[in-house]
Design a protein around this ligand. Structure first.
Ligand code: ASP
Length: 583
């Protein structure tokens, strides 16, 4: 139905008859003619119609779907639009066919969108017509193709794993699917293909990958989705370095495809987990700016300032950041102190560097010359820089300064890409008095004995990939020894019977000559979102869910018929049913 797309119309087609098909983006009546910006998936072309010759031109409205045949001509002098690709030419219509009409639109199809997100999602098919959204979809497709091509060239096999499985422990809640054949039994949707990709290693597959959908019934903090896409990889006779080098190749190929303006070199920078925590207060630091956390405990070892002395005597630490030239007014200082408290600190000490290496601070009078000098020496500070100090237990100090750092830090060049590997994660952490895994329970310890004797101090062979302060993915070297796997379940407080019942089938597989193996998974939506510079993965997922897990277009989730429930042997507790449908 067309000879050219919008983006193909330009100087090259001048004088040619072309046939275009697309949507009426804008329509103006001007000096007896109708101008239409005709939009398709590639861009926009200006079409000029003479209503005398083509009667239907007068009927055109926004988003009518049309076919136009006409000649490409240079625009008259003064009417060129150098901002628009193809803005030097236009198409003089000889024929117009209205293919289908559009109702009144719920919002205008343009990138400066002001419509509520809920409305955008309800009419997602219109929202996706916006040029920016079309570019996102296209970038996503390009990224998918690039990942596949790169991994295929490296001899990876794409192997699909089931989506109706027995629940796998990856730290989130499962989404369940009832079994009609076995009422009372359920499938879980995979939180990731973790166990299956490991079974593929046992099965002798050497290099596996899958562009897979993962399902996690998480609370909707921080831009998560119930379902999302991962680049999932695994390899046998592989260790950490093999995984990192492979992931770097994939990522660099995607960057080259989506952000050719950015030169990203490998190997990516690396920090151990404990370095990341002590220098940046987080395991996903944004390295587009410095503002490192600096140790000051020794500067205050003999201090007479009670607040610091007390913390140090109790085994705590004093550390600080140079937050740069932010004006610390009374109100700003109070706000910072409130923030620090909110993040878990008892308080915050602020100082402002002044000319001559002096410091202005409400606590300056309690500090010795040597202490003030020590702070300036460690934290540096040009006149006007704000220095923020926190004294508390080490964990709290890291957390609080890390969060202040991420709020106050501003990259000079926000478009820059700073990739980082964080390696040597701990094996376990304590949460509410219980030991839980940090990555997942199939992760190999760095030292099995250490893990047995002092689990909370034990390091894992686990690593994360971080981009501009965003965690892009995680992976690990896996356990390939069924005894070690059992020990982990024991440390996690999973009894032998329970382990047998839930994972016996997997532990058994490890007993048949399992090769050492390792792998990784990259959050694909997030990778594309950061590279496209959009704030939410919802801009990258064609049909995403809202923050409450609803899909406003089809009004999902929805109730099902009593007959369906009966077949499944399920009764819904009427007291749990919400009066208003989800939105
Ligand atoms: N299954 C892990 C995850 O989804 C990734 C991996 O360890 O390969 O986070």
């Amino acid at each position: 139905m067309r000879s050219h797309t919008a983006s193909q119309i330009g100087q090259d087609t001048v004088g040619k008859m072309v046939t275009l098909a697309g949507w009426v983006d804008r329509r103006r009546h001007h000096g007896g003619v109708v101008f239409v910006d005709l939009r398709d998936h590639t861009g926009m072309v200006q079409v000029v119609l003479d209503p005398e010759a083509i009667g239907e031109s007068a009927e055109l409205r926004r988003e009518f779907c049309v076919q136009v045949r006409g000649k490409t001509v240079r625009r008259p002098e003064g009417a060129e639009n150098p901002d628009m690709a193809g803005g030097m030419v236009e198409v003089e219509a000889a024929e117009l066919k209205i293919l289908s009409r559009s109702e009144e639109l719920p919002f205008l199809i343009e990138d400066r969108i002001t419509a509520e997100e809920l409305l955008r999602l309800e009419y997602r098919y219109l929202d996706l017509r916006r040029p920016g959204m079309a570019r996102n979809l296209r970038a996503r497709s390009e990224a998918l193709r690039t990942v596949r091509r790169t991994l295929e060239d490296l001899d990876f096999w794409e192997v699909e794993t089931p989506t109706l499985i027995r629940s796998t422990p990856e730290g989130a809640r499962d989404l369940l699917v009832p079994s009609r054949h076995n009422p009372g039994s359920f499938y879980a949707l995979p939180q990731s293909p973790q166990i299956y990709k490991q079974l593929l290693m046992v099965a002798g597959v050497s290099r596996y990958y899958q562009m897979c959908r993962c399902y996690r019934d998480e609370d909707f903090r921080a831009d998560r989705q119930l379902e999302f896409t991962q680049i999932d990889i695994e390899g046998s006779f592989w260790g950490q370095e093999d995984v990192l080098a492979t992931v770097e190749k994939v990522i660099m190929a995607v960057v080259a495809a989506l952000r050719p303006d950015q030169a990203v070199g490998a190997p990516f920078r690396r920090l151990t987990y404990s370095e990341a925590m002590s220098r940046y207060g987080t395991d996903k630091p944004d390295l587009r700016f410095g503002m490192e956390i600096v140790e000051l405990s020794d500067v205050f070892a003999e201090t007479g300032f009670r607040a610091f002395a007390g913390v140090l005597a109790a085994g705590g630490v004093v550390r600080g950041i140079n937050a740069g030239p932010i004006a610390v007014s009374r109100a700003r200082a109070d706000a910072l102190i409130d923030k620090a408290r909110q993040f878990g600190a008892g308080g915050l000490v602020w100082m402002v560097a002044e000319e001559g290496g002096r410091l202005r601070s409400p606590v300056a009078k309690f500090l010795s010359e040597a202490e003030l000098e020590g702070v300036v020496r460690r934290l540096g500070g040009n006149p006007g820089d704000a220095l923020l100090l926190v004294a508390d237990g080490e964990r709290t100090v890291s957390e609080v300064l890390g969060r202040l750092r991420s709020e106050l830090g501003k990259p000079d060049d926000p478009g820059r890409l700073e990739f980082l590997w964080v390696v040597d994660f701990p094996m376990f952490e304590e949460r509410d008095g219980e030991i839980t895994f940090l990555h997942h329970p199939f992760t190999s310890p760095a030292d099995t004995e250490m893990m047995r004797d002092r689990p909370l101090q034990a390091a894992a062979r686990a690593y994360d990939l971080v981009l501009n302060g965003v965690e892009l993915g995680s992976g690990s070297v896996r356990i390939h020894d069924s005894d070690v796997q059992r020990q982990i379940f024991e440390i996690l407080g999973i009894s032998d019977e329970e382990a047998e019942e839930r994972f016996g089938w997997f532990i058994r597989a490890l007993r048949f000559g399992t090769p050492p193996h390792a792998g990784f998974a990259v959050g694909f939506d997030r990778l594309v979102a950061v590279l496209r510079g959009v704030a939410s993965i919802r801009e990258i997922i064609p049909f995403p869910k809202t923050q409450t897990g609803a899909e406003p277009l089809s009004r999902t989730p929805a109730s099902v018929s009593n007959r369906q429930l009966k077949e499944l042997g399920i009764a819904v507790d009427p007291r749990r049913i919400k009066a208003s449908p989800p939105a």
